[in-house]
Design a protein around this ligand. Structure first.
Ligand code: SF4
Ligand code: SF4
Length: 442
């Protein structure tokens, strides 16, 4: 087949779209300007389900370690890539302005923020704040600053706190990401010299976004990336008129993500219930006696994992130090010491759990046997010699089964029910009997 035969003709309009798509954009110019130069026909269909085609996400970093940024780039459900390319049906495409991830730099980058503050984006925007907000007045006393980004007409760095104050009123939503931004976190711990505080503390109790929302808080040090991208997607669906306002709790946390405790979904919770506790790191049992605060901490890492539904603190052997909580870190220190409440709960669990564990062991031994082995009084395993249950165990099993099938149909049947053409009858088999009465072995 010749090359000419492979040519698939396209309409002039389609050809133009294809040409523009493959054209290399100038990634060094301000991305807001770049967006304005685009034609709307280039939007992906998914983004066109609602009235809003794109939303700018203006990322600001205060006193942060960039851990939140790292966590978010690892998100998979949904991924940052799917948000940036408008692949989620009904969710507007996100244009991310990020001090580390954006391609443009310097004035071309900060122009995005100044245009937003002046209302020149021609599209809604959300503000995402990472890190805590230091008291810039303290720094200004000595002519310095704590956290800043870019300069204005005079070459004075603009504190990100100032940037937040300008952008917050016009934002569709202000989202604080990570425990530093949500509750102050480590930079706001006792003894800090910066007067650091959270976004909520900084903007005050009366703050409302352009959509009427108080600050939205997605805590964690670092947070689970999926918790953040999922919250953003839910808010954008709401913004696009295609979803309800997501449910937030009394502290502005996504309620569906932070209402459960770590402990309730912990892979080690069964050990706790049976009163068996780890003594050293690396042990497989519940970690509460070596410092885990999971029973009182609201965090979903035990069910969601850290990245791509894998990992997470106690899944990989770590204790919970309460990093999603407003009291972190001061109220959870000293780390690695048994929390006082544990003395009561672990003692109770040991007492009750020890008894329940031994009862379960008896039932487990029973369930680890084929019914056939009972009738033959022999276990055929070649891996080890398994002793037959003694009289006491047999008695316990007998009454256990009686109770189990009380007012219920036991398995098997009491009379033959099927007769085949050649006269063969399916024999009646009662529970506890083998299918071949009289056969002793094999
Ligand atoms: S390790 Fe922590 S969260 Fe897990 S069961 Fe023990 S106390 Fe609960
Ligand atoms: S389990 Fe505890 S330490 Fe781990 S992420 Fe959740 S709140 Fe933080």
């Amino acid at each position: 087949m010749g090359m000419e035969e492979l040519h698939i003709p396209v309409s002039p309009l389609e050809q133009k779209t294809v040409d523009e798509r493959v054209e290399t954009p100038d990634l060094l110019i301000c991305s807001t300007v770049r967006e304005m130069q685009k034609e709307s026909m280039l939007e992906r269909p998914g983004a066109l389900l609602g009235p809003i085609k794109l939303v700018h996400a203006l990322w600001l970093a205060g006193m942060s370690c960039d851990g939140c940024s790292v966590a978010v780039t690892g998100a998979t459900a949904p991924s940052v890539e799917s948000l940036l390319t408008g692949q989620l049906p009904g969710v507007p495409r996100v244009v991310l302005h990020h001090p580390v991830l954006s391609t443009e730099a310097g004035e071309e980058f900060t122009k995005n923020y100044f245009m937003a503050a002046e209302g020149k984006l021609n599209a809604p925007y959300v503000v995402i704040y990472e890190g805590s907000i230091a008291n810039e007045n303290l720094a200004a006393e000595t002519g310095g600053y704590w956290s800043a980004m870019g300069t204005e007409a005079t070459p004075v760095p603009v504190p990100t706190a100032t940037m937040l104050k300008r952008l917050a009123p016009g934002a569709a939503a202000v989202i604080a990401i990570g425990t530093c931004a949500t509750w102050g976190g480590i930079p706001a711990a006792y003894g800090n010299p910066t007067g650091a505080m959270s976004v909520m503390d900084f903007l005050g109790v009366d703050y409302r976004s352009a959509l009427g929302l108080p600050v939205i808080n997605v805590p964690g040090c670092s947070p689970i990336g999926d918790n953040f991208t999922e919250t953003v997607a839910a808010i954008l669906l709401f913004l696009n008129g295609l979803g309800p306002l997501p449910e937030f709790d009394e502290l502005g946390r996504p309620a569906w993500l932070f209402s459960e405790t770590v402990h309730r979904h912990c892979v080690r919770a069964g050990w706790y219930e049976e009163g068996v506790f780890a003594k050293h790191y690396g042990d497989q049992e519940c970690l509460v006696e070596i410092g885990c605060w999971g029973p009182v901490v609201q965090c979903n890492i035990t069910s969601r994992g850290a990245i791509n539904h894998m990992g997470g603190c106690m899944n990989t052997g770590g204790i919970c130090i309460g990093c999603t909580m407003p009291g972190f870190p001061d109220r959870f220190s000293p780390f690695y010491k048994t929390p006082p409440g544990t003395i009561v709960s672990a003692t109770a669990s040991r007492t009750y759990g020890g008894f329940v564990r031994s009862l379960r062991r008896i039932t487990q031994d029973f369930m680890n046997r084929e019914t056939r082995w009972d009738r033959l009084e022999q276990n055929p395993s070649g891996w080890s010699r398994i002793p037959e249950p003694g009289v006491a165990r047999k008695l316990v099993h007998y009454f256990y089964e009686k109770w189990q099938f009380w007012n219920a149909d036991p398995p098997g049947r009491r009379k033959p029910e099927e007769k085949y053409a050649d006269g063969y009858e399916v024999p009646a088999v009662k529970s506890g009997e083998s299918a071949y009465p009289g056969q002793k072995w094999r």
